[in-house]
Design a protein around this ligand. Structure first.
Ligand code: PHE
Ligand code: CO
Length: 304
């Protein structure tokens, strides 16, 4: 089993090949959220319960606060109209349905306009533990609650606006690495200890405890320049996690670095391996990397 879905940013690997389905406009939005069957609502409920049994003490407070504000405990796949009635007045964000992975420039366009594109489908029972494309469980459960937080919401919009520049410089991979190590796999220091805010972790029963407790991965303080030069694994548990103190810091650190400068100077120092440790890293935990050294999931290794 790998992590439960392939998080959004991995889409940059695929979007080159994407064919827009007939009937969709250039924004790739579906007009309506699907009507989910009883069985599909049941799949959501089981996924939801599995994560809610695991996440207390692991996920950050802002995540639980968002779930509560948006009434995620109602049961079944949440209705986007109901979510948006609450979310939009809070931070100006809405969640909108898309049929599948969407091209990078369309993804950036929606984020820049405070729209979070969420999969308009749910995994089947056979895909319960692993699905390649982000479905409504990963997107709505993993990403949407934090959009109720003003500082996180501000970061997401700024990230979307930053997309065009990465495309112009042909350094999408570098910007994607930032999304990967923050929005998908970010950790946060709190008074109670380190907590998860990354959606790729929050929707994964295996990576939730692994990200915080395993000896194998590095845990390092976020450094934007460093992260934007770091490669990542899209189909296995991460070898390194990057930690912030709070969402305001995430925004400020990212705002403070002109990405033009990074793209122009990436040069030969691009890129560090996922497990790399640098002299300049602020290290919380030097990972043993024993999980990766044993070959990760491919070897059937138990996470350590
Ligand atoms: N600093 C980024 C740039 O120069 C913009 C940005 C700000 C991106 C805040 C994300 C968050 O392009
Ligand atoms: Co995602």
């Amino acid at each position: 089993m790998m992590y439960d879905v392939m998080p959004d940013v991995a889409k940059s690997v695929f979007t080159a090949k994407l064919q827009k389905p007939n009937g969709l406009s250039d924004d790739w939005l579906e007009l309506k959220q699907r009507k989910y069957s009883q069985e599909e609502h049941g799949i959501w409920d089981r996924l939801y319960k599995r994560q809610m049994d695991i996440l207390p003490g692991l996920a950050c407070d802002q995540f639980f606060k968002g779930l509560k504000l948006l009434n995620f405990d109602k049961g079944g796949v949440p209705n986007f109209d109901d979510i948006n009635k609450i979310l939009k007045p809070l931070t100006g964000w809405t969640v909108v349905p898309v049929p599948m992975l969407i091209p990078d420039h369309v993804f950036f366009y929606h984020l820049a306009n405070k729209r979070f594109p969420a999969g308009n489908f749910i995994r089947t029972n056979n895909q319960f533990d692993y699905i390649e494309e982000p479905d409504v469980f990963h997107d709505a459960f993993g990403h949407v609650p934090l959009l109720t937080d003003p500082d996180f919401a501000k970061y997401m919009q700024a990230y979307g606006k930053a997309g065009w520049k990465a495309l112009q410089y042909n350094h999408l991979k570098s910007l994607s690495a930032l999304y990967w190590y923050t929005v998908e796999f970010g950790l946060m220091n709190t008074d109670e200890g380190m907590r998860i805010y990354g959606a790729g972790i929050l929707s994964s029963p295996e990576e939730s405890p692994y990200s915080l407790k395993a000896k194998s991965p590095n845990r390092l303080h976020l450094n934007v320049d460093r992260v934007m030069r770091t490669d990542y694994k899209i189909d296995d548990l991460q070898a390194s996690y990057f930690v912030i103190n709070h969402f305001e810091e995430l925004f400020n650190l990212t705002e403070a670095r002109p990405f033009d400068d990074i793209y122009q100077n990436i040069g030969p120092s691009f890129q560090y391996a996922p497990a790399a440790l640098l002299d300049t890293d602020h290290v919380y935990q030097r990972g043993t990397q024993e999980y990766c050294l044993r070959g990760g999931h491919a070897s059937g290794a138990t996470p350590v």
